[in-house]
Design a binder for this molecule. Sequence first.
Ligand SMILES: [Zn+2]
Length: 498
Amino acid sequence: MSTVTQLSYEEAVARFEPVIGLETHVELGTNTKMFCGCPTAFGAEPNTQVCPVCLGLPGALPVANRAAIEATIRIGLALNCSIAPWGRFARKNYFYPDMPKNFQISQYDEPLCVEGYLDVDVDGELVRIGIERVHLEEDTGKSLHVGGATGRIHGATESLVDYNRAGIPLVEIVTKPVPGTGSRAPEVARAYVTELRDVIRSLGVSDVRMEQGSLRCDVNTSLNRPGADWGTRTETKNVNSLRSVERAVRSEVIRQAGVLEAGGTITQETRHFHEDTGETTSGRSKETATDYRYFPEPDLVPLAPSADWVASLKASLPELPRVRRARQQSEWGFSDLDMQSVVNAGAVELISATVAAGATPAAARKWWLGELARKANETETELESLGVTPAAVAELQSLVDSGKINDKLARQVLEAVIAGEGAPTEIVAARGLEVVSDEGALTAAVDEAIAANPDIAAKVRDGKVAAAGALVGAVMKSTGGKADAKTVRELIIARLTS
Ligand SMILES: [Zn+2]
């Protein structure tokens, strides 16, 4: 074990230049699997969505899924790729318990889409990420290691395999190496995956849900001294949230810099990202392509998408997220800075849906970037994972607009929505959170506040109306924030000046 120098992130990027690369796997939302007719629904009973083809039984023959090929071409086109006029699937040979055929049908030297790019906004600056290839393959099954503390195979007493996922079409999108991002490498990585997710979502070919594994990301990181050749890269596997993409790059930069600074070398290997600590640990040493003994898949005919088909798919691409965002910014009347903060918070879709549900853009932005962003930050989750729907936010705002609740009560209602107590209207009713503006109900509280604060009351009587604020505060406190502040103020002034 060589010694390691402890460096902060700032020290690491002052001494070394990171080069990142991202390999993203997207499970397509086709009705059936890649090479058989089995359904692809998420969450079914284990091993109920299988057949001889996806179980790799003797004699079973694959047939390629046209909808999956079409979806892959559309992804390639949206990423500005050239579409290969001809290509073959390849067998990638290796044993894994969740891969019953002992090989994976993938694409190797003849990928369907090549040489594209994706433009990504990083804090208002455009970064062009080169796309090396987009290819189509089949997913593996899923191993479940039980009996251990961590869910990993180490320490487990049994391992179970669910083949429902085996054979689901999987698109792999590989970037070119991305140098020159300096200290912003983690943000660039996150911005790229976010933009890629939004592009794919806009195409409607996958639900791209990282928490369900339909979008999975491997993050490559290497470091070099300024002016030197690129360093050896490591591959951090299956990073399963946008936040983790950023953290994975950051922690690898710190770790590699520590090793290099102490005179050590970086091993080419896969590494595991740990959500709890934000750090990576060593996995297996990385295989090279030759280890897989790729050869053309003999059971499938070559792919030869016609130029006409590709042209018609290109013509029917939807409005892509960057274009849509520019349009929305002008429709919503947001400044560049406002829009940038919305993008950075990953809230464009949420605000869009909240506006569609009836809220004004400003109100939608206020909730998602204010209270909800704070909550997400506190609990270290994504906005989408808070359990608050755009419809609930719109409903909350309409309760505020109608005067039923004030901002303070609205925050309590939101807490309850997050806690799963139901829709805002239900919560207001169940918890009795409605604003009290009935004068009769407030008079007693007002009299009490006046009696308890004779000095302040005297000031108001002497004409210092501004002093009434303290009495309003006292009433708000005694009513648990439910009093209508305007009514209370009017009552106080009427009591003390008439
Ligand atoms: Zn099947």
